[in-house]
Design a protein around this ligand. Structure first.
Ligand code: GLN
Length: 450
């Protein structure tokens, strides 16, 4: 790697900038966590192509703790569906600390799956069968998200199991409200084991990248959860992932994220990247101080805030003109006059809703005349999603119904069968292999049989 080394340099610069920060306190309510080195500081970024960049102690193992919560939530959603999960655990920010008694009055339903109370319920929703115990499913799922087999730090597990009375109390409280499928002892034990799964910053970045990539692990290519579940998880991370600091984090950093008491922190840029930091000293909200500073600075420096509309498709329409100005237009006056009435629009790239709207608008603008023709050139289009497809067919059908002749240059058959156009106009949408052929036919048609 040489040119792409610049991305490592960018992470390295952030690492250098915050490595000397000495603020924050290591969590000590799980005694084993105090054994971590407070100077450890790792950063990692994984792209949607599975390219991995890192700085500092990105391969140092630590326990995942609360960063496991979104992934087990994903497993519960995949196993029993959103409606069933939603029955037992909400999706509202609690505005409270991670270990708060955050239970809805009357029902006892925890506010969301990112606080401990909700995470314990989420863990209890994972199917538990003799041939496939809940924890085996959880470990397998976390491993698939990470793209490698993870294991449990037995010492940290034992340490939390020996001291985790607050979580046990939460579980008993939840059951006391009538959530009787929940076995407090088993649920909390599985939850402690889940929190003690060992990961590195690189693992966490891959896991976050998998959520960002619609549930597909960009390293292994495996579909770990559906795109729908990945979107659901990212939504709850965005509103609840940073506990009582969630609103401020979304405001300033603008990325779905999740923190954990061992000093792990992930953030995901949907369809862009997965990010992770590891550094044990925490701020009062339980977020890694250096991790927070580094991911915040990274978002600001590289314009990663979700609401900043990163992917304005500036170049969907590459050409919108009339055929007489094409270099290939014949010199004759009559031909030129005909070609003036043939609009031409060329598009490129992946067409989604936004891009399709641009294409349709360009079709209207090109060759303004109602009686004219229009050629839509899709040769440089790499994909058309189902929404864009629907919109393009509906737009072309309207255009034809309105009296314009439309032709498509679509050798890759991006547009598929144009049933709608036939239905509405009684005609097929003519397809051509080359732009020149399409223009020629449209010009001839305008000239009429004479
Ligand atoms: N295992 C920890 C607990 O339940 C996880 C909390 C966290 O990481 N915020 O207390």
């Amino acid at each position: 790697m040489n040119a792409a080394e610049a991305v490592n340099d960018a992470l390295g610069a952030l690492h250098a900038r915050f490595a000397d920060v000495r603020d924050g306190e290591q969590a000590d309510y799980i005694p084993q966590l105090t054994r971590a080195d407070p100077d450890d500081f790792g950063l990692a970024l994984v792209s949607m192509d599975g390219h991995c960049y890192s700085a500092g102690e990105a391969d140092t193992p630590f326990t995942v703790q609360s960063v496991s919560k979104p992934f087990v939530y994903a497993l519960a959603l995949s196993s029993v569906g959103l409606d069933e999960v939603d029955r037992w655990v909400g999706a509202e920010p609690s505005g409270e600390a991670f270990n708060a008694i955050s239970l809805e009055a009357g029902t006892g339903r925890p506010a969301n799956a990112m606080v401990n109370a909700g995470a314990i319920v989420t863990t209890a929703l994972v199917p538990d069968t003799p041939e496939s115990p809940a924890f085996d499913r959880i470990l397998a799922c976390l491993s698939r998200f990470a793209g490698r087999l993870l294991d449990v730090d037995e010492e940290v597990y034992a340490s939390e199991a020996a001291t985790g009375d607050r979580n046990r109390a939460l579980a008993y409280l939840i059951r006391s409200t009538g959530t009787d499928y929940l076995d407090p002892v088993a649920a909390v034990d599985t939850y402690f084991r889940q929190c003690a799964v060992r990961v590195t910053a690189v693992d966490l970045a891959v896991m976050a990248a998998t959520l960002a990539y619609g549930g597909v692990n960009p390293l292994t290519g495996e579909t770990v959860v559906s795109a729908e579940v990945a979107a659901q998880v990212l939504s709850v991370m965005a509103t609840c992932g940073m506990y009582n600091g969630s609103g401020e984090w979304l405001l300033r950093v603008g990325l779905p994220a999740k923190s954990g008491v061992s000093g792990g922190l992930i953030a995901a840029g949907p369809a862009r990247f997965g990010l992770a930091a590891y550094s044990p000293p925490l701020d009062p909200a339980g977020t890694s101080v250096r991790g927070r500073a580094a991911l915040g600075a990274l978002s600001e420096r590289y314009g990663l805030h979700l609401m900043r509309n990163p992917a304005l498709p500036g170049s969907t329409v590459t050409l919108a003109t009339t055929a007489d100005v094409l270099p290939s237009a014949p010199a004759g006056r009559r031909e030129r006059a005909l070609r003036e009435r043939v609009g031409i629009v060329a598009a490129q790239g992946a067409l989604d809703f936004t891009a399709a709207e641009r294409v349709l608008y360009a079709l209207d603008e090109s060759g303004a005349e109602r009686t004219g023709s229009v050629v839509l050139d899709l040769r440089e289009v790499t994909g058309v999603d189902s929404v864009a497809l629907e919109l393009l067919h509906a737009g072309l059908a309207r255009l034809v119904a309105d009296g314009r002749r439309a032709a498509v240059v679509d050798p890759g058959d991006r547009l598929g069968p144009s049933d709608l156009v036939r239905e509405r106009t009684g005609r097929d949408l003519p397809r051509y292999g080359s732009r020149e052929e399409a223009v020629e036919r449209c010009a001839q048609a305008l000239a009429g049989p004479g």
